[in-house]
Design a protein. Structure first.
Length: 592
């Protein structure tokens, strides 16, 4: 079926079922950012492959609502699909709901599949449309009847991690969650989010590309801990280990029926942002529901010393791969044989040579020249630039290692550097340094670090349209909540032990893009009469190019930070490099 034929088939089903507007979110029953093939509904329906977006369909219009990271990509991918790009004014805002309310008459019906919509999204739809007389049905799947050859749910083996890797046993983690439930006076808890489940049971898998998770749900009360999972994924050894921690196994598809067995004496904690509407709606009538963040989400975000030490080792291994990569780029760019796609493949190969490598942590963004101005660009055969000894190359990439997750962005000049490129690079770097050097009182929120990072960039009347940073998991999802460094006010304070990216950028459409990203660890600094203060330890170990720096735009403290950082990179990586590689890196990290 072509995309136009799929759209026609959906509209035909809408007519048959009396549906005037249909919503397709980019999600799954676990409210995941990255999806198994079975749940890639937006890509199948419209051709758009970005990780954030929502389709809304009426008989007269079909649109994709997405944010500025994907405008160029969406415009290309939606061509001849029957869908039009609708540019979000506010990232993640459900603006399609307001649009449906404006388009549809009183008495109309809007529907969606409750397995794909979070409770938060479902509530936004209901609270906006029902007061104006538009009916909402959250239990309609229009795709499965027409999706011929739909991929199966994955059945790859899951495996557990030893306490020597995690620093905390499953028994201890379950006890920690139960303690929070007791404090909140909840008697039960369901976890839908895959990274929370992976953390709780120290279990990993390959069900989602780049994310070492396995599909499942977790139920906890004061006496039971149940893992709902396809049992074919578990070896006898894994089953026995989980059983030793008091974990019971039930079928993956049994979770919603199990929730119907709860009683009026139960109070179940569900996270509205991490629970789908269909699961929420399965809770037995009369059971009290406490809507709150998953306890594991905050517990997971605060890394223990074992995880932190492992993470530092992963950074060294990652830095070795990246050093080899950028040396190779420099030495081969004149051959006219390197392309955005081929260098991404080679970088993966270099990472795969490192100890404990499991996968990349997301699809590598290798943006040459104007493609660097697309923050979430992924090279495809039709867009794949050949590299030349001129212009800027942006590479945003990461690895999944048994000892941690990495995410790093670097920009290098391939030749013929312009003053505009140097200025943009230096101003971006200044922001990265400002964020990295920040000293802040305990209780500081992410939006405050975002502003500190942007301050010197704003001073030049420049800005960037994405957040400054996101949490990163320990051998888990590269985007991990609940904390973020972005302009949106939040009640989530920065805690000791959180790992977060700092990644300001500047983008000139049609010219170049610059982003310089390191991961940092938040830690205690000192306590005095004015309170408790914290700062960051930079974890990422890869040289920052200095040939693009205009030192006249930096203050002495910025130059000292850069020189000290690059010296540390050389000291950390040189013992693991060949003599030739170490000489090359020595030159790249010399003081300016």
């Amino acid at each position: 079926m072509t995309y136009l034929e799929k759209l026609s088939a959906i509209r035909l089903l809408m007519k048959e079922k009396g549906i005037d507007g249909y919503i397709i979110p980019s999600s799954d029953p676990h409210i995941s950012e990255y999806l198994p093939d079975y749940y890639k509904c937006i890509a199948w329906t419209s051709g758009f492959t970005g990780s954030a977006g929502t389709l809304a369909i009426t008989q007269d219009f079909a649109g994709l609502w997405t944010d500025s990271r994907y405008f160029v990509q969406a415009k290309e991918q939606l061509e001849d699909s029957g869908f039009e790009l609708v540019k979000l004014k506010v990232q993640h805002a459900p603006e399609y709901v307001t649009w449906l309310g404006e388009q549809l008459p009183t008495g109309a019906t809007v529907a969606f599949d409750g397995n794909l919509a979070s409770l938060a999204v479902a509530n936004a739809v209901k609270s906006t449309l029902e007061p104006i007389g538009v009916k909402v049905n959250g239990h309609v799947d229009l795709l499965d009847p027409i999706w011929k050859g739909r991929p199966s749910l994955p059945t790859e083996q899951a495996y557990t991690l030893p306490i020597s890797t995690t620093g905390q046993s499953t028994t201890e983690k379950i006890a920690a969650v139960r303690q929070v439930l007791k404090q909140k006076r909840a008697t039960a808890h369901l976890i839908s989010s895959l990274d929370d489940l992976a953390w709780l049971f120290n279990i990993r898998g390959t069900d989602v590309k780049c994310n070492p998770v396995t599909l499942g749900f977790a139920f906890i009360n004061e006496s039971k801990a149940i893992l709902f999972i396809d049992a074919v994924k578990l070896s006898q050894e894994v089953k026995a280990e989980l059983a030793s921690h008091g974990v019971e196994i039930k079928g993956y598809t049994e979770v919603q029926d199990y929730l119907k067995t709860l009683t009026a004496s139960d109070v179940i904690l569900l996270d509205p942002k991490r629970t789908c509407f269909a699961t929420y709606d399965s809770v037995a009538k009369g059971t009290s529901i406490l809507e709150d963040i998953n306890p594991s989400t905050m517990l997971k975000a605060i890394k223990n010393e074992v995880e932190i030490n492992h993470q530092r080792k992963a950074m060294i291994n990652d830095g070795v791969a990246l050093t080899k990569f950028f040396k190779w780029i420099e030495e081969n760019v004149a051959s006219a044989e390197l392309s955005e796609m081929s260098i991404a493949d080679y970088l993966r190969d270099l990472r795969a040579e490192q100890p404990g490598f499991k996968d990349i942590s997301f699809d590598t963004i290798a943006g040459y020249k104007d493609h660097g101005a697309l923050p979430h660009y992924k090279a495809e055969p039709h867009s794949n630039y050949t590299l030349k000894p001129e212009g800027l190359l942006l590479v945003d990439s990461g690895g999944q290692y048994e000892t941690g997750t990495t995410d790093i962005t670097r920009v290098v000049s391939l030749g013929k550097l312009t003053q505009e490129e140097k200025e943009d690079y230096t101003i971006t770097l200044k922001g990265t340094i400002e964020g990295s050097m920040a000293i802040y009182p305990k209780g500081t929120r992410g939006y405050q670090i975002d502003a500190i990072t942007r301050r010197s960039i704003w001073a030049t009347m420049r800005n960037y349209g994405h957040g400054t940073g996101h949490g990163v998991g320990f051998f888990l999802n590269v985007h991990e909540g609940p904390h973020v460094f972005n302009p949106t006010p939040t009640d989530i304070a920065i805690e000791v032990g959180m790992i977060t990216s700092i990644e300001p950028g500047l983008y000139r459409e049609g010219k170049h893009g610059i982003r310089i990203e390191n991961l940092v660890l938040s830690k205690d600094l000192d306590t005095n009469q004015f309170g408790e203060f914290m700062d960051f330890e930079t974890l990422t170990i890869c040289y920052i190019a200095t040939d693009l720096v205009d030192t006249s735009l930096l203050e002495k403290t910025h130059i000292e930070w850069l020189n000290n950082y690059n010296a540390w990179v050389y000291e950390s990586l040189s013992p693991k490099l060949t003599q030739e590689e170490a000489i090359w890196l020595k030159d790249k990290t010399k003081a300016i």
